[in-house]
Write a protein that binds this ligand. Structure first.
Ligand SMILES: C[S@@+](CC[C@H](N)C(=O)[O-])C[C@H]1O[C@@H](n2cnc3c(N)ncnc32)[C@H](O)[C@@H]1O
Ligand code: SF4
Length: 478
């Protein structure tokens, strides 16, 4: 493997061809690996963790850190139509008749959690994800945001963002969201190629995306994000050129570019996508490299694993300052907040626990309507879990680790000695040019960035040393 540099200055298309990566190399690094939006990862949450454990964690948070600010995540699971690639927690319902009960449950859940946490804690971040939050009617968007303000102290300058599907979106939705305080909006775009759109059951013409983008700017959103996905059926670097041309023309402020997670054993509807139409690992890699090349040439910076933003964007500034963070919502600038998650399947991070709500709507409703926290599972982190989480987050955000700084952050005299086993696991990737192991720390190379989650896995004590992570638990790295 020759060293491949992907910095905007040094990257040239000639420095990479799909043949640069031998099948053996791709197999070694492009294997099922957690995305590390949490550590320990969700499959290690325990069903033995129940409502009392969450209530106890909220009580500890109340005692130990009464001044800690909050992030509020609300999951709206509904969509009108199923996209065949979808890996999210969704419930398909063509009409909105499901909403009144769900909105009432969310309100009750916020009341329950606020009761345990105590009043007066400030909310500095709000994110609505899904499913499709803009499945709500405009007046329901207003009512849900009002509910958050009733149960918590929502900071006037809070960073409020929501996900939206361009299809079915009206200007009134955007006006309601903006009036409710949302400043950033994220549109699901994925790919503009009609053939790909047909194959994923998501037909969405470019004019539609252009229109909702213009509306979002007109009504005063400060940031517009597009989600793209690579590795979808029939995509090739050549076919994706048009999508990238159009993206460049429409000029979103940020992009999230996700590797298609094909996990039909977890999401059986993905079987509607023909296996033979999917690009293989090397083809996906080629596609992602082309995306990086085009987006960096268009003035975006590659932040973290899968985000792109303009250099003046808070994400880039946070990365430069070593303050970028990673949580369930991906890369983020708020590392110092407890995350309260509301709604079916929502995952929160409070004090020393992760907690996930019931995923099934009947179970979620049953708990809430009986006045119980709707907890499905969770985990209380040990001191070792917390240290490894910190190392993984810093590696995924900074693409380097400095043993002295890590030791200071974690209260360790010798962080290198503490993580000696992880360093030993990185020797082969170091020989393959993914990471430089130095006396004072480690530095991920440009090509190593593409596989940073594979490098982070070296710090994961829940994976069997030397063994590949279980095939069916995680999606592949690229
Ligand atoms: C909740 S959706 C965004 C909002 C809205 N539901 C929509 O699709 O427009 C979140 C994003 O996850 C990404 N996504 C969904 N399924 C995926 C999968 N199987 N692999 C990778 N990314 C996926 C898509 O980019 C999608 O836009
Ligand atoms: S990708 Fe978005 S719109 Fe499509 S089914 Fe999934 S959550 Fe719903």
């Amino acid at each position: 493997m020759h060293a491949i540099s992907l910095t905007p200055e040094s990257f040239t298309p000639e420095s990479f061809t799909p043949e640069s990566f031998t099948p053996e190399w791709v197999q070694r690094y492009n294997r099922p690996t957690p995305r590390y939006t949490s550590y320990p990862t969700a499959p290690h949450f325990s069903d033995a963790f129940g409502p009392e454990d969450y209530a106890a964690a909220l009580g500890r948070a109340r005692e130990a850190m009464p001044g800690r600010d909050l992030s509020v995540y609300v999951h709206v699971p509904f969509c009108r139509r199923l996209c065949w690639y979808c890996g999210c927690h969704t419930v398909i319902s063509r009409s909105g008749h499901v909403l009144p009960r769900y909105l009432a449950a969310l309100d009750r859940e916020m009341g329950l959690v606020a009761g345990h946490l105590g009043s007066g804690r400030r909310v500095r971040q709000v994110h609505w994800g899904g499913g499709t939050p803009t499945y709500l009617a405009p007046e329901q968007i207003t009512a849900l945001a009002d509910g958050i303000r009733r149960h918590f102290v929502l900071d006037a300058g809070a960073d409020m963002s929501l996900e939206a599907d361009p299809r079915g979106l009206t200007r009134a939705h955007l006006e309601a969201a903006r009036a409710a305080g949302f400043r950033r909006i994220s549109f699901g775009v994925q790919d503009f190629d009609p053939r790909v759109q047909e194959a994923i059951n998501r037909v969405q013409p470019v004019e539609l995306v252009a229109r909702v983008t213009a509306w979002a700017r007109e009504v005063g959103f400060e940031g517009v994000n597009y989600d793209l996905v690579y590795g979808l059926p029939y995509q090739t670097p050549a076919s994706y050129e048009r999508t990238l041309d159009l993206v460049q023309e429409l000029g979103p402020d940020r992009l999230s570019v996700f590797s298609y997670a094909h996990v039909p054993w977890l999401k059986p509807h993905q079987r509607l996508i023909a296996d033979e139409a999917l690009p293989d690992g090397a083809a996906k890699l080629a596609l992602f490299l082309r995306i990086i090349e085009r987006l960096t040439a268009a003035g975006y910076r590659h932040v973290g694993m899968d985000h792109f933003a303009r250099p003046e964007d808070p994400l880039c500034q946070a990365q430069d300052a070593g303050r970028l963070h990673r949580n369930f919502q991906g890369y983020d600038v708020h590392g110092d907040l407890d995350v309260l998650a509301f709604g079916a399947s929502g995952i929160g991070q409070v004090h020393d626990v992760y907690v996930q709500n019931r995923k099934d709507l009947p179970g979620y409703y049953e708990a809430i309507e009986a006045g119980r926290l709707p907890v499905q599972r969770g985990i209380r982190l040990t001191e070792d879990d917390q240290r490894r989480r910190h190392a993984i987050v810093r590696l995924m955000c900074d693409f380097r680790l400095d043993w002295a700084r890590l030791g200071a952050d974690l209260g360790l005299d010798d962080a290198r000695a503490y993580f000696a086993e992880a360093v030993a696991r990185l020797e082969v990737p170091a020989r393959d040019g993914l990471v430089e192991l130095r006396e004072d720390g480690l530095v991920v190379t440009d090509v190593g960035r593409l596989f940073v989650r594979t490098l982070a896995a070296a710090f994961d004590a829940y994976l069997t040393p030397g063994a590949a992570p279980p095939q069916r638990m995680y999606s592949k790295a690229v």
